[in-house]
Design a binder for this molecule. Sequence first.
Ligand code: HEM
Length: 218
Amino acid sequence: MTRVANWLDERLAWRRVWEAIFLRRVPKVNWFYTLGSATLFVALNQIVTGILLTIYYVPTPDHAYDSVQYITTEVPAGWLIRGLHHWGASALIVLVVLHMLRVILGGAYKYPREITWMTGVVLLIVSLGFGFTGYLLPWDQKAYWATTVGTRIAGTAPVIGDSMLRILRGGEDLTAVTLARFFGVHVWILPVALLTLIGIHLYLVIRIGISAVPKRKE
Ligand code: HEM
């Protein structure tokens, strides 16, 4: 075992990577500093359960609703996978906001962590995007009307409102085109953005190190 590990280490230097990630020194911090990791855990849960859901989910108006019912009632552990994805979506938003509040209250957005903060802001937008696009996918009454209202709100924006509404819906009304593009954004564009941004975010957390709990006089 050790020989295999050494053989790989000579070629990949994986021990240095392991040390940088898991054996780095951190200042004495409190539980609020675990919120980023909790967010990361839920984000990974969303990716895994989301991939599993795509095995049975069909993104067309004819089949979307039925496929979701099928997942919930017929597929083995489908109810569990869907439940984890459904509640995980809410948990992600709650955790990402709490994590951001810790960063604000601890002043962790300041030099030299500005880019960690900026990638975080985009991660927040991406997380909200997941919620918005995912809500339509069950294609039930609640989903349909919530997205009708949501896209109409975007349509009230000055100057660009009309084009935004058309881009979001893929036309004047909510149709198969809307469902297809929400699905595409939900399972391809946003996950790629999320993973890329998390990669940069965590690289910076490891490179710069975590901020210490601020002292009263700082
Ligand atoms: C999917 C979303 C996110 C994930 C997975 C994530 C993950 C993490 C993790 C694991 C850490 C290190 C541990 C910790 O401080 O809790 C961290 C630190 C940090 N995050 Fe996030 N984060 C996310 C969103 C955000 C948001 C929305 C912001 C702010 C707008 C943000 C800003 C920061 C900053 C500035 C740090 C450095 C904190 C320090 O050094 O004390 N992050 N993030």
